[in-house]
Ligand binder design. Structure first.
Ligand code: ATP
Ligand code: MG
Length: 324
């Protein structure tokens, strides 16, 4: 059974200027115990997709079609109690802004006590200390006494990972922090997250802009564009020799720019904000390889070199490359 099965999901947000279609037929299957990164430019739908896993989408979101199964259970069908149970036992999350997710009025130690108690674990001071030591915080006694605003961004990330992992969740959903962390701190925090997850067999869904790190740590990568997964397969292979023109452009862009989540230098324009279902391939207007048919017909999934992709011209492009 898949840890996660997202099937042809379309989601619209109600806004003052009309509906915004954040997901437009996104599909993704994740094997238990594996790690998948979801990459793509800002606004491509990563956070919206991830929010569906725990039915945590914003209130103005409407699921137009499709389904989300976690551990074989249809998330939309769960009653309040079953949903709470799923969130409590199955899911952990590392939020995009961890300091925001901590209670500003409580010391770190007190928050860890509450989290441990909720997880049904020993919540005494040695257990709280051990939780921080687990994420390589060298001076846990000092940190336990601090309030959230007194810790650095890197420290807050570690605490968020410790909180997320303390229940040994089956699935960890981590939204890459937008706050600029020092490169070494980032690397350490990411290593920690993957090491902890591997030790416990936790499935990781990691939303990221950092392609080199994704290639290094993740089993698989799913590339999002305008609310669809346009290419999905083994991370190093997808990023090393992409099949979809959008992945090609993404992988060719300057990785430091990608890391900062800026608009990609190598492709002109930006991703579209959809208001209704896209007729053809949403990338066609920016694609160097598109022909007229690309804008006309909605591309269906195909398989090439071990990945699933949504480019009707992918095979023709490969033949061109081989013969050139
Ligand atoms: P980033 O890399 O910046 O985090 P993302 O890939 O996570 O971007 P989403 O946050 O999922 O992108 O947004 C997808 C689209 O939906 C964007 O056009 C965004 O403006 C829109 N959107 C997201 N949340 C809402 C909301 N609550 N109300 C209205 N529109 C929204
Ligand atoms: Mg996001």
């Amino acid at each position: 059974m898949s840890a996660l099965e997202i099937d042809d999901v379309a989601v619209e947000f109600a806004t003052e200027s009309g509906p915004v279609r954040a997901l437009d037929g996104a599909s993704l299957t994740v094997r238990p115990g594996s790690s998948v990164a979801i990459v793509g430019e800002s606004g491509s739908g990563k956070s919206t997709l991830a929010s569906l896993i725990g039915r945590l989408q914003p209130g103005n979101a409407r699921i137009v079609r499709g389904s989300v199964h976690v551990d074989g259970r249809d998330v939309a069908q769960l009653d309040t109690r079953a949903l709470r149970e799923l969130r409590r036992t199955m899911l952990g999350s590392v939020p995009q802004d961890p300091i925001e997710s901590l209670d500003p009025t409580l010391r770190i130690g007190r928050q860890l006590q509450l989290v441990l108690r909720l997880a049904g674990k020993d919540s005494g001071v040695p257990a709280r200390r051990a939780l921080l030591e687990g994420v390589r915080i060298d001076d846990p006694d000092r940190v336990l006494r601090l309030h959230p605003h007194e810790v650095s961004g890197g420290m807050a990330q570690r605490i968020a990972i410790a909180i997320a992992m303390c229940r040994s969740p089956r699935i960890l959903v981590a939204d890459e922090p937008t706050a600029a962390l020092d490169a070494q701190v980032r690397e350490d925090v990411i290593r920690l997250m993957f090491e902890q997850a591997r030790a416990t067999g936790t499935t990781i869904v990691w939303l990221s802009h950092d392609l080199p790190t994704v290639a290094r740590w993740c089993d698989e990568v799913a590339v999002m564009y305008a609310g669809r997964i346009v290419e999905h397969g083994p991370a190093a292979e997808v990023l090393g020799s992409p099949v979809h023109p959008y992945t090609r452009a993404l992988a060719a862009a300057d990785p430091t720019r990608v890391r900062q989540g800026e608009r990609l230098a190598s492709i002109g324009g930006g991703p579209p904000v959809l208001h209704a279902e896209a007729d053809g391939c949403a990338f066609a207007p920016r694609c160097a390889f598109a022909d007229d048919a690309c804008s006309a017909g909605r591309p269906g999934p195909s398989t090439l070199r071990g990945r699933v992709h949504l480019c009707r011209r992918a095979e023709a492009l490969e033949r061109l490359e081989v013969s050139s």
